[in-house]
Structure formats: structure tokens, C-alpha cells
Design a protein around this ligand. Structure first.
Ligand SMILES: NC(=O)C1=CN([C@@H]2O[C@H](COP(=O)(O)OP(=O)(O)OC[C@H]3O[C@@H](n4cnc5c(N)ncnc54)[C@H](OP(=O)(O)O)[C@@H]3O)[C@@H](O)[C@H]2O)C=CC1
Ligand SMILES: CC(C)(CO)C(=O)C(=O)O
Length: 317
């Protein structure tokens, strides 16, 4: 096992997925297939299934199975890696970040893909700032059974950059790896704007589909739900602007237009988690919008109300 890491663009990289759920599992399959040395961090029945049967990705393109270089819950046996693809649910960030420490060398880059706008800052509370990047995922994937990741829809793009959005060799190398693996990692000039652009959409989508137990189709066709969604989106846009984020002038129209690109039966992961009695990421979405509104000195009553009605279900059943 290699113990030091050097990124050379276009060559094989040593990549860990912390952890190997919808996001990490999808990328682990793609990057393993492309010849990278992928270490999948997982636990419980999911880890056992990956060890026994490999990691499976089911999508509209068919089924792909890979046997990762190493599948483990022991990050202290991994050694240093070039990249950590960081995808856990919001409440698990701190524990998972601490578990990353033994895999981090001077040049390792940790790329978070959590929903919300605070993951990168939270990581810097635990990991050295020079090792932390920032990122946003546009994909729809889930662990459908232990060892199996299922992708719904065909869109998949992963936008990431250094925290200050400046170009770097390690980010370029990862972008090349993901693009060559058949996924998509477009360049960005402003990762904070990208994060907030998704957050503006997601605050409406997550809050409304979960609180109203409804689908995207319902938001598109029931005027009262459309109005609620648009008010959440408008509030989050104002919060971002008040905090200095350079959101596009027509972001609200773009967000509404993007609702057409989702299948009508679609819902945010928050609504699906609610239905299954799983913990909700609301502290990092509607809750974050309300919290950041206070910081920005503006009112966000719709996000606050969406957060409040979901709070009793926050810890799942
Ligand atoms: N999946 C998607 O399509 C998208 C997801 N996102 C965001 O990305 C983030 C990750 O989502 P997703 O990948 O779907 O989440 P998942 O719940 O599918 O995967 C997270 C995995 O991490 C495991 N895990 C958490 N902490 C640890 C740990 N310390 N050690 C080992 N394993 C650990 C969990 O295990 P266990 O179940 O045992 O807790 C679970 O298997 C979320 O913020 C989500 O909102 C954003 C865009 C799209
Ligand atoms: C809306 C979607 C699928 C977009 O990537 C998402 O992020 C989620 O539901 O968690």
C-alpha cells in the first residue's frame, strides 16, 4: 500500500470515499472502473456486502460492479490518499471528518458534496484548512440495498474547487479523473455561487416536498404550493445576496425553469428520508436558511416555518 501521495494530472489517483453512500458510491464505481485506486470507507451491512459482492451501481445505463482496492471501516489502515470524496449526511460530518485524519497528507484534498452551504467551513474546524476544498453535487443516487447504489435520472455533475475558487493542480487532476470516468466535473470560477445556486433551489425543494409530503409535479401544478416554493426561493436568494454571494440576476427564474427538468414524481431526499423515518438534514437546509437570515439581518419566515413543521421529525423514527 502506498503511504505517500503525489497527484499527477491524468494518471492514476489514490481516492477514498468517506463514505460510500449515494454520492461516494456512485463516484467509487465510476473511478474504480476508470482504473483509479479507490478505497471505500463504509460500515455495517453495507461494508460487508461490498467486501463480499463488490459495489454495484444500477442506473438507466445498466449495472456496473467493481471490487474496490480496499473496503474498510478502519481509516487508520488506509494510509495517505490523494483525494477524499466526502459525502455523509449533515449530522454525521464531524465524526466522519475526524475519521479522515489518518488518511490526510500534506497534499490530500477533501471535497465535500453535502447539501447546504456550510460543509466546507465545518470541515475546517476539524481538518487543516489547506486540505479542504468545496463542492456541490447534482445527481440523484441512493443506497437501495447493502452494497448497491441506484441512480435515478441521468443527470450527474460534480462541481468543486479550492475554497477560494483559485485554480490548482489537485483540483484539475480530480476534474480530469471524473470527466474521464464518464461523469461530469465542469470548471467553475465561483464555487460559493454554485453552492448557493443549488441551495436556493434546494431550500424550496427540500422544505416544500418534505413539509407538504408532495412531489415536484404537485409544486408545478398546485398554485398554492408554487407560491410557497417561490417564496422560499426568494428568501434564500435574498439571504445569499445579503451575505455577499454573487447570485445571477435571474436566479429565481432559472430555479423555476429547472423544476421542469426533474421528473414530476421526484422529491427531495429530505421528503424521502421523512417517509422512511430516517433523520432529516433540515438543520443544514431550511434551518440553515433561517439561521443565516438572522446573521444577514433579514426575515425568512417561510424557511423558518418549513423548518419548524419538520423539526418534530428531525431525528427520524
Ligand atoms: N445522493 C444524492 O443524490 C445527493 C446527495 N447530496 C448530499 O450529499 C450528502 C451525502 O448524501 P448521500 O451520499 O446520499 O448519503 P447516504 O446516506 O447515501 O450515504 C452516507 C453513508 O455514509 C455512511 N457514514 C456516515 N458516517 C460514517 C462514518 N463515520 N464511517 C463510515 N460510514 C459513515 C452512512 O452509513 P450509515 O447508514 O451507517 O449511517 C451511509 O452509508 C448529503 O448531504 C446529501 O444531501 C447532494 C446531492 C445529491
Ligand atoms: C434534488 C437533488 C436530487 C438534486 O441533486 C438533491 O440534491 C437531493 O434530493 O438531495
Amino acid at each position: 500500500m502506498r503511504s505517500s501521495a503525489h497527484i499527477t494530472g491524468g494518471s492514476s489517483m489514490r481516492i477514498a470515499t468517506m463514505a460510500t453512500g449515494g454520492i461516494g458510491g456512485f463516484l467509487a464505481v465510476k473511478l474504480s472502473k476508470a482504473g483509479h485506486e479507490v478505497v471505500t470507507i463504509a460500515r455495517g451491512a453495507h461494508l460487508e456486502a461490498i467486501r463480499t459482492n463488490g459495489l454495484t451501481l444500477r442506473s438507466t445505463d445498466g449495472t456496473e460492479v467493481v471490487h474496490p482496492f480496499l473496503a474498510t471501516d478502519r481509516t487508520d489502515e488506509v494510509g495517505e490518499v490523494d483525494v477524499i470524496l466526502f459525502g455523509v449526511k449533515g449530522d454525521g460530518l464531524e465524526n466522519a471528518a475526524r475519521a479522515c485524519l489518518p488518511m490526510i497528507g500534506p497534499e490530500t484534498v477533501v471535497v465535500p458534496f453535502l447539501n447546504g452551504v456550510e460543509a466546507s467551513d465545518r470541515l475546517t474546524e476539524i481538518l487543516p484548512e489547506r486540505n479542504v476544498a468545496n463542492g456541490v453535487a447534482r445527481v440523484s443516487t441512493t443506497i437501495s440495498e447493502p452494497g448497491v447504489i441506484t441512480q435515478t435520472g441521468t443527470f450527474n455533475s460534480f462541481i468543486f474547487a479550492e475554497r477560494d475558487s483559485k485554480p490548482s493542480a489537485r483540483i484539475d487532476a480530480l476534474r480530469t479523473a471524473i470527466n474521464e470516468a464518464g461523469s461530469s466535473a465542469p470548471e467553475t470560477q465561483d464555487i460559493v455561487r454554485d453552492l448557493w445556486s443549488k441551495f436556493v433551489l434546494f431550500s424550496g425543494l427540500s422544505g416544500v416536498t418534505a413539509a407538504a409530503r408532495c412531489t415536484i409535479g404537485d409544486i408545478r401544478t398546485i398554485p398554492e404550493l408554487e407560491a410557497l416554493f417561490r417564496r422560499a426561493v426568494a428568501e434564500t436568494t435574498s439571504i445569499g445576496r445579503a451575505l455577499g454571494v454573487a447570485l445571477d440576476a435571474d436566479i429565481e427564474e432559472k430555479v423555476w425553469a429547472s423544476m421542469e427538468t426533474f421528473p414530476p414524481h421526484g422529491r427531495a431526499s429530505t421528503a424521502i428520508d421523512l417517509e422512511h423515518g430516517r433523520p432529516l438534514e433540515i438543520d443544514w437546509v431550511s434551518g440553515a436558511a433561517s439561521r443565516l437570515a438572522k446573521k444577514a439581518g433579514i426575515d425568512a419566515p417561510v424557511n423558518a416555518a418549513l423548518y419548524a413543521v419538520l423539526l418534530p421529525h428531525k431525528n427520524g423514527r
